[in-house]
Write a protein that binds this ligand. Structure first.
Ligand code: PHE
Length: 470
């Protein structure tokens, strides 16, 4: 109800505010930059043929991801509660329907599922800190490096151990509350990660296959792109930007009122995308120079990057540092995957932060073993999209995040009254506000729906009719 919303704006946060706009940028960047950019982007791009996938990915990032990120931040700041409470509150206020709270709940569940596999992969990066530091990769052949990866993932004990370590550290940080230490970590980690990626880029340029890698990423062959490839590109955009599961909404709740949501979101989205592209530019030349397969799947970075570290002077140290930074980047993302669930349980079930974290973390830890086992005992247990790990990845990135994002953008664009969203986005940004509203109301929802429809194959006859010669 619009009359109500005008009177109840400018709520106070329950848990204080970010110290500055920069602190918020750091927190959201910490959430966005992680395994999604460096591990997942190259492997999913490689599995979907490269160029055309990347083109669709970039389109999705800017036409769908950016407006949805702004929608999440503005909803979060307006509600200033945990995502379930915020969606319930704003649902009542703007539409008289508390059931919008279910969108927050969907986000909580999605976060559980994503963190369950995320933690296992992050655990592998932990193992790689040690492997690099002890010089295991120095001068090693591709086959040796692939064998080392297979040995790690093939062992329930090893893989499970590192998964346990990562979950324990994540729980420790979340239980203590998201504090300034974290801000400091992101402030140092993201730039340092970029520096090492740039050094690796220098190496990639000298492999003799840089052009081939570059062409693989940027020369689109749209004929090779399937409906599922387009879906995967959209899913990757949601995953990498941390949107669609209310993580950004949870962080938006602590954003000071005068901070520009538009400017902040543009900065985060550009940084996140640049880092993914940079990772791609490093990985694919190494793949081609060594005659490896770009379609190697989730082991791609673990089978390529050690080759570079093994040949660079000081590579053992560089490699260890790189995987350490990547583990940190994963930690700052893991925290944001857990925060909505923890905040919600604390506010609803009267548990303290440490208890809520223990409960949530333990469930996710147990769930994570389905991913650990997907690479050994259960590697032949395949249905739908492949192993259990493949299916959790597909379900969360390609379906749950886009559905969550769709509902969020429909809420911000159609359900919220214009005064409310203009108030949050600051109407002095007149043209930009109108552009956001157009993207949030029309472009993003229609694009998500079309991509879903396309993936079912139902659109194929329409395309055939439109392009008879193709
Ligand atoms: N964006 C994170 C990454 O790229 C993963 C993530 C997804 C975090 C969804 C929070 C929410 O690694």
């Amino acid at each position: 109800m619009p009359e109500q919303s005008a009177s109840s704006t400018r709520r106070d946060s329950l848990h204080g505010l970010w110290s500055s706009r920069f602190a918020f940028i750091l927190a959201v960047t910490g959430s966005a930059v992680g395994l999604g950019n460096i591990w997942r982007f190259p492997y999913v791009a490689g599995a979907n043929g490269g160029g055309a996938f990347v083109a669709v990915y970039l389109l999705c990032v800017f036409a769908i991801g950016l407006p949805i990120m702004m929608a999440e931040v503005l909803i979060g700041r307006r509600g200033r509660r945990n995502p379930v409470a915020t969606m319930t509150l704003l649902g009542e206020e703007e539409a008289g329907h508390p059931s919008w709270g279910l969108v927050g709940l969907l986000g909580v569940v999605t976060g559980f599922l994503i963190l369950s596999f995320y933690s296992v992969i992050a655990g592998w990066t932990g193992a790689y800190i040690i492997k690099s530091a002890i010089g295991e990769f120095v001068g090693a052949e591709p086959a040796t490096i692939a064998g080392s990866f297979a040995a790690l993932t093939g062992s329930v004990l090893n893989s499970g151990f590192w998964h346990t370590v990562f979950m324990a550290v994540t729980m420790f940080v979340v239980a203590r509350g998201v504090e300034r230490g974290l801000e400091q970590a992101v402030r140092f980690m993201v730039p340092a990660l970029v520096v090492i990626l740039l050094i690796l880029l220098g190496y990639a340029m000298n492999t003799g296959a840089f052009q081939q890698g570059f062409a693989f990423l940027f020369k689109p062959d749209f004929a090779a792109l399937t409906g599922n490839g387009v879906l995967a590109a959209m899913g990757q955009a949601f995953f990498s930007l941390s949107i669609g599961m209310a993580a950004v909404m949870a962080y938006g709740a602590y954003l000071p009122q005068q901070t520009s949501i538009i400017g902040t979101s543009v900065a985060v989205v550009c940084a996140d995308t640049a880092i993914a592209i940079l990772a791609g530019l490093v990985i694919f030349p190494i793949v081609f120079a060594n005659g490896l397969d770009p379609n190697a799947g989730p082991g791609l970075i673990f089978e390529t990057l050690p080759l570079a570290f093994g040949q660079l002077p000081g590579g053992a140290i560089f490699g260890a540092l790189f995987f350490l930074l990547l583990a940190f980047a994963a930690l700052t993302s893991g925290i944001s995957l857990m925060e909505p669930a923890v905040a919600w349980i604390m506010e609803n079930h009267g548990l303290g932060r440490a208890q809520a974290t223990t409960l949530v973390g333990t469930i996710i830890w147990v769930l994570g073993f389905t991913t650990v086992l997907s690479f050994n005992r259960l590697s032949d247990f395949r249905f739908w999209n492949g192993t259990i790990f493949d299916n959790i990845g597909f379900l969360t990135s390609n379906i749950m995040l886009p559905v969550g994002g769709l509902l969020i953008t429909v809420f911000a664009g159609w359900v919220m009254c214009q005064n409310s969203s203009a108030d949050e986005l600051d109407e002095t940004a007149g043209t930009l506000y109108r552009l956001w509203r157009f993207l949030a109301r029309y472009v993003a929802p229609v694009a998500v729906l079309l991509i879903f429809l396309n993936a079912t194959g139902l659109l194929a006859p329409v395309f055939d009719a439109l392009m008879p010669q193709g």
